[in-house]
Structure formats: C-alpha cells, structure tokens
Design a binder for this molecule. Structure first.
Ligand SMILES: NC(=O)c1ccc[n+]([C@@H]2O[C@H](COP(=O)([O-])OP(=O)(O)OC[C@H]3O[C@@H](n4cnc5c(N)ncnc54)[C@H](O)[C@@H]3O)[C@@H](O)[C@H]2O)c1
Length: 346
C-alpha cells in the first residue's frame, strides 16, 4: 500500500493506493456516519459496507445535479446528521463529486472520505478536492474545492468495472502522463496487454504515479490560480463533447486530447513524432470515438466553458510528452481550430 499526502493550509488529505477497501471501517467515527453510493456499486459491494445508513443515487452523470443534492441533504437531516457527522462516498467520479459537494455545503461543511471504485475516480476524480455538479447542459458549473480526509483506491474493485468504464479511466491516466510524467507514459505504452488484463500490481503502480503527480500540482496550487490549470488538458473540447453526446467522460476527454494535441502541433509546440505517439496510444486503447458535433454547436459550448475569461480562455497545450503549458488564447481560435480539424477529417 502506498500513502500519498496532500497538505494544504486547511487540511491534510491521505490517498491510500493499494489498500483493501474494507479497511475503511477502521477509519470512520463510531457514530454519525452516512454512506452515499449509486445503485450499481451498492448492488455489487453493499453487503460489505460498514453498518451505517446508506443513500443511493441512480448511476450516471445525470445524478450530478442540485435536485439530487437537495434530496440527499434532506435525508441526512432526517437521519439526524449534525455538524459532527461524517459522509463516506463509495463510488466512481459521479458519487465522489456528489458526496464531496454535499459534505461541503451540508451545515456549511461536514467531514468526508471516499472509497473510489472506478479507475477514473482512482487516477483523477477523487484526488484534488474538486466537487462539481452540472447546471443544465454545462459541466461542473456549481462546485467548490474541499479535500476529503482520505481516499481509498483499491485496484481489486476494478475487476467488476464494465470495459467501457475501465477504458474511460485509462484516458485520464494517459492525460496525466502526457502533461507531466514521461516515464508513466512509457510504462503505459509498454504494458498495453497487461493493462487490459487489469493486473492489480501494475494498476497500483499506474494509479500511484497519477495520484502523485496530481497531488504535487494540487499542493502547489489548490485553488487553480496557475499550475493546476494544466490538469484541464483535453477538457475544453472534452467537456463540450461529453455534454453534447452520450460519450463517457474519459472517451470525451480522449477526443479532447486528440484535438489539443493536433492544435499544439499546428502551433509548433510539439513535433510530429510526439504527436503520433500520443494519438497512437489513445487509438490503441480504442479511446477515440466518432462524435459528430456541428461547428456552430461546438462554438456555443466553448463560449460557455467556465475556464474562459471574457473573450479569452486558458487553453492547455502539450509541449512534448511529459510537458504542458497553459496559454491564454482567444475563444475564436479554439472554435476555428475545431472547424479546421473537422474539415480535415471529412
Ligand atoms: N472532481 C474531479 O476532479 C473530477 C475529475 C475527473 C472527472 N470527474 C467527474 O467524474 C465523473 C466520471 O466518473 P466515472 O467515470 O467514475 O463515472 P461514474 O461514477 O458514473 O461511474 C461509471 C459507472 O461505473 C459504475 N461503477 C462504479 N464503480 C464500479 C465498480 N467497481 N464495478 C462496476 N461498476 C462500477 C457506476 O455505477 C457507473 O455506472 C464525471 O462526472 C466527471 O466530471 C471529476
């Protein structure tokens, strides 16, 4: 088991990679605990949940909305959870986002911890304290940043994940490697077959690598005023694709990374060979889908991106595998590149 710590001025958050999830029992207070999960995770693992009240949401992105938060908050109140309460989220990125958001706003904040059950949540979503819910058609528009006390990442839980969800998580892993860790990228390149077999030892190594990088970035810039923005690589186009199609988060981000990589190449920030290696890796894991979003619709979605400021946006470019930069560019440039890219693909 590897423990990775995020130390911020307000809180210490421990991410335990390779820990058996059932050891969570020993990390909880004796009373005042509630568990938030989704119906799939409850069906698969609910029998072994610690003995506390469980509230389950419908699986999927559609549960990330304020009405769900409100109804859960009412349940917490009815159960008698007060300011000394503890919220344990057991689930993927959706459940961790909902749980973290609820724990942040319920009675102005109660303690919380996560058991992350998807690869995407283990490598990315549950590290860093971002808790977002969607507002209508716009991703993560309402939210805050608040670290959980602990996150358990047990690779053994990933055996029950459907292939599509597993691959979706690989995409965020590749993202981390592209922006910050060349060795991690090469480890993924070399171990295509073992990764698809979900070898727990290899997975623990990959998850640790990703979490370590993210923890360093978050420790340096918890509130995303600078460095942390690089974690949004692929997300400008990716969020637009995710909201407009039924493509899972990681697949949408993969297509966003392909666009951002091609854009970086057009700008001269990355060479042809590095560009090829990135898109080839995304392709080998079958992460690139054929979404069809008309230019004008993509334009509208980009204009609503919360990373924009005025007519500009902080766009993340790759400058070679393991290195990224954030540059303020005009929103129209982002929209125009999409048009050129789609024209070339026709
Ligand atoms: N807060 C952040 O920093 C951050 C970062 C990246 C992504 N996210 C968010 O994460 C969300 C996507 O997360 P996700 O891909 O984990 O989706 P998810 O939570 O919807 O889980 C995907 C599916 O897998 C099922 N599932 C979960 N664990 C399982 C298991 N062990 N075995 C079998 N099935 C299981 C779920 O019920 C669901 O149907 C998006 O909303 C995205 O915005 C947040």
């Amino acid at each position: 088991m590897e423990k990775i710590v995020i130390n911020t001025p307000v809180v210490r958050s421990e991410i335990l990679v390779g820990e058996n999830w059932e050891s969570v029992r020993g990390m909880l207070p004796q009373r005042g605990v509630v568990i938030i999960t989704d119906d799939n995770v409850r069906r698969l693992y609910g029998e072994n949940f610690p003995a506390f009240p469980v509230f389950s949401v419908l699986p999927g992105e559609d549960s990330k909305k304020l009405t769900v938060i409100e109804s859960l908050a009412e349940k917490l109140l009815d159960t008698g959870v007060d300011r000394t309460g503890f919220l344990l989220a057991i689930g993927g990125g959706v459940v961790c986002d909902i749980g973290g958001f609820l724990a942040s706003v319920y009675m102005r904040g109660i303690r919380c911890g996560y058991v992350s059950t998807t690869l995407l949540a283990q490598v990315d979503a549950s590290t860093g304290g971002k808790n977002g819910v969607n507002l209508g058609g716009t991703k993560n528009m309402l939210g805050c940043i608040r670290q959980p006390e602990f996150v358990i990442c047990d690779p053994g839980m990933l055996f029950t994940l459907p292939d599509k969800e597993y691959l979706s998580g690989l995409s965020e892993l590749i993202k981390t490697a592209v922006i910050g860790d060349r060795d991690l990228f090469e480890l993924i390149e070399r171990n295509h077959t073992e990764i698809l077999k979900r070898d727990p030892e290899l997975l623990a190594k990959l998850i640790s690598g990703s979490v370590k990088f993210k923890a360093e970035v978050v420790t340096a810039d918890e509130l995303e005023t600078g460095l942390r923005r690089i974690l949004n690589f692929g997300h400008t186009y990716g969020h637009a694709i995710e909201m407009q199609t039924s493509v899972p988060h990681g697949f949408a981000v993969a297509s966003g990374m392909e666009l951002a990589t091609e854009f970086s190449y057009e700008k001269g920030y990355i060479g042809a060979q590095e560009k090829y290696r990135i898109t080839d890796l995304l392709n080998r894991f079958t992460l690139l889908t054929d979404y069809k979003i008309p230019d004008d619709q993509m334009g509208q979605l980009i204009l609503r991106d919360k990373k924009k400021s005025g007519t500009d946006i902080n766009f993340v470019f790759t400058e070679g595998i393991g290195k990224a930069s954030v540059r303020k560019i005009n929103l129209n440039e982002v929209i125009d590149f999409y048009k050129r890219f789609r024209d070339k693909k026709k």
